[in-house]
Write a protein that binds this ligand. Structure first.
Ligand SMILES: Cc1cc2nc3c(=O)[nH]c(=O)nc-3n(C[C@H](O)[C@H](O)[C@H](O)COP(=O)(O)OP(=O)(O)OC[C@H]3O[C@@H](n4cnc5c(N)ncnc54)[C@H](O)[C@@H]3O)c2cc1C
Length: 450
């Protein structure tokens, strides 16, 4: 396996072993536990979904069936919200849960401070969801707080805009003198000129996705992993009635029929919509993250600047992770690791915390943001999200959700399911903000018990 690919898949590999996420159907070198369960336990469930079984059923008499494509943060949070509102839910994912962008993020529970000047809408969404996730997903979050630090005269000039932006977004900040900042974080660059505290946190990406998935599963949602969507099925009235998938464990194609299809495939959302010629202006915008083999600070350290490359150094368990960059690619499946960017991250990390220079690099990983936009470029693309009702494109029965952040995945799910309910004439409100998620540990427990 080439070194570059090893690095790209590093984060997921460390957790799942060999992922096979990009393995082509029929060319699966490893058979994993979930695949064995897929064949043994899943056969009965899959048969239920074969052509026509659900297609004639009216959801006036039974539960409406929603098919969610993609099991990243967004798809898992949507599955949970749908299940709470009484839907029968099938989630179809071509890899493992969280094996797309969600398994390879920085892991910053944004306070909104990063966006409060340049992208106020995203800043407000982040602080609101930060507060909710701390309540419902405690198990997945280290609530360590963060600092924005000024290291140059230019950074100091940004401070005025930062204070105004934080106030506008409702982000609580405190101004610190250099001595106070160093007292909180002794490894900080001693040249610090000014700092602000923000309510940042660090989340464990895999735990967060699995906590949403486990909560959905407890309410009856079914997850079909290693199942690649290859087509969207439309009837004569240009209404989406299901999907065709390829089961990667046995290289067989079959169909799911449902009342609504939700495209939650992040950076791949454009490709899925394109299967039936629907326009979704997604720009896969990757970034690199470099992990160092030592935890050097307890708080998230942000540079007090407009969003830019290498502006966040984050403690993740016993590591420190610096990120990130922002560039565009045609295909989110093939992201190059650019050595110059790795060197640039090292330089930025050393500026924030000089002790990085004495620390071993542990790994480099990349993934693509699903940013919305056509005319704008890279960092100018908004970090907020958008839900597309394809009825506006003349195709009923399908919605696409994309953009956003891990931090805002619950709100993205809420807006998506609100839209789905409205389309189907269902009068159920969202309750995901009010109750703690199930433990991420329970996702697989149930599977063993069956
Ligand atoms: C470098 C980087 C750092 C980031 N850091 C942070 C951060 O610190 N904090 C934060 O809040 N946000 C962060 N984000 C943003 C956040 O990670 C993403 O917004 C989020 O992970 C997107 O989740 P998603 O579920 O929409 O997409 P994904 O996690 O990509 O999920 C989409 C899923 O769809 C599946 N799929 C694709 N095609 C098919 C198909 N044909 N059939 C079946 N399944 C399919 C994929 O396998 C994938 O699992 C970061 C993003 C990047 C790129």
């Amino acid at each position: 396996m080439p070194l570059v690919w090893r690095l790209v898949t590093g984060m997921v590999w460390m957790t799942y072993g060999k992922t096979g996420v990009r393995t082509k159907p029929g060319n699966l070198p490893w058979l994993r536990m979930s695949e064995r369960n897929f064949i043994i336990n899943g056969k009965r469930q899959l048969q239920e979904h074969l052509i026509g079984l659900r297609s004639k059923r009216s959801y006036m008499n039974s539960k409406p069936h929603a098919i969610v494509i993609g099991a990243g943060f967004t798809g898992c949070a949507i599955a949970y919200d749908l299940a709470l509102r009484g839907f029968d839910v099938s989630v179809v994912e071509r890899g493992e849960i969280s094996s797309g962008t969600s398994g390879r993020t920085h892991g910053l529970l944004h306070s909104g401070g990063r966006y409060c000047v340049t992208d106020v809408e995203a800043g407000i969404e982040c602080i609101q969801e930060n507060i909710i996730l701390r309540k419902i997903a405690k198990q997945c979050i280290e609530y360590n707080g963060g600092l924005f630090v000024a290291l140059s005269e230019e950074d100091l000039e940004y401070a005025v805009r930062f204070e105004k932006g934080a106030e506008e977004c409702g982000i609580p900040i405190d101004k610190l003198t250099p001595a106070e900042a160093i007292n909180l974080e002794p490894a900080l660059n001693p040249k610090v000129l000014l700092a602000y505290t923000v309510p940042d946190g660090a989340f464990d990406p895999l735990r967060l996705a699995f906590a949403f998935a486990a909560s959905a599963k407890q309410l009856g949602a079914q997850f079909f992993t290693y199942t690649n969507v290859v087509n969207i099925i439309i009837d004569g009235q240009r209404r989406v009635v299901g999907i065709e998938v390829n089961g990667r464990a046995n290289d067989r194609n079959y169909e799911f029929r449902g009342d609504v299809v939700i495209n939650a495939t992040g950076a791949w959302a454009g490709a899925i919509a394109d299967l039936i010629g629907l326009p979704v202006p997604i720009v896969p915008t990757p970034g690199v993250m470099v992990a160092y083999d030592q935890r050097l600070t307890n708080r998230v350290i942000n540079r007090l600047v407009e969003p830019s490359d290498g502006d966040i150094l984050l403690p993740q368990r016993r590591m420190s992770v610096i990120g990130t960059t922002s560039f565009e690619v045609e295909d989110a499946d093939y992201i190059p690791v650019v050595e110059d960017q790795v060197a640039q991250m090292y330089k930025c990390a050393c500026e924030l915390v000089p002790a990085v220079a004495n620390t071993k690099q542990r790994g480099v990983y990349m993934s693509a943001r699903p940013l919305i936009g056509e005319a704008l470029k890279g960092r100018s693309l908004t970090r907020t999200f958008k839900c597309y009702d394809h009825a506006e494109d003349g195709v009923e029965g399908m919605v696409t959700i994309t953009g956003g952040k891990a931090t805002t995945c619950r709100a993205m799910a809420e807006k998506t399911v609100d839209l789905v309910c409205k389309k189907l004439g269902i009068n159920e409100v969202c309750t995901t903000a009010n109750q703690p998620l199930a433990s991420y540990r329970t996702y697989y427990q149930e599977q063993v018990a069956k």
